[in-house]
Design a protein around this ligand. Sequence first.
Ligand code: ZN
Length: 263
Amino acid sequence: MQETLTRLTFPLSTTSAPCSEEEFVARFNQRPGKEARMGYDCPLCRNKEFVLRVENGFHRPYACRCVTIRQNLTRLRNRGLLELYERCTFENYHVTEEWQRGARDCALSFQKSPLDGWFFISGPSGCGKTHLCTAIASQLILSGHDVQIHRWVEWAAQAKAAVTDSGAYAALVQPLKDCEVLYLDDFLKVQHGTRPTAADIRLAFEVLDTRYNTPDKPVLLSSELSLRQIAALDEALAGRIAERSRNHAVQIGSAPGRNYRFK
Ligand SMILES: [Zn+2]
């Protein structure tokens, strides 16, 4: 990008456009670029993947947010998740009960200000927690945020298997610490009839403690375990989740009359 930037930067005096610099830049940015890719047609740059801005007397190109959006969409497609992300929207989340309305409104509220803490939703299988987390993640992706998405069971199994290989372990774990937004689906889920092991807890704490100690590192967590059940496994881990998600925690009880409460 640096070479491109140097090549494309030029003084305003060399332009011959009969309009203001802002108008020139706006017209340039709306000039059609390439074909839409990954099903995303960018309204900002018309798929050129960069936009011009007027800055200190120069037209300066910046990478458009659609670059990150397409990287996210490519990752989803490569993992077979693209269809899920197109299907699980807020519009498709059916609300017939009050607890569903509460859960959806909490998710919508988080999605509007995602840097304001974490989002935690717990409840039994099939209560819609993955749908709501997916809808949030989808909106963040389309807003240009870098979102890493992992199912706990598969990712944790890989990370635990790599624990004696520092290079492989770091390659699996570091992206979850560094990414802008992290979504862990079915957090701490293990095989039926078993409990998360000490290795599971260490792994969860390592990732979430790093993000807890770094400003503006949003996390989305869906789990069959309530905060109380997580606290029974590890109080410090549950405490960090509870503190960060204090404005956006939904805990759905078991049927009948599933309930929710905000912590
Ligand atoms: Zn763009």
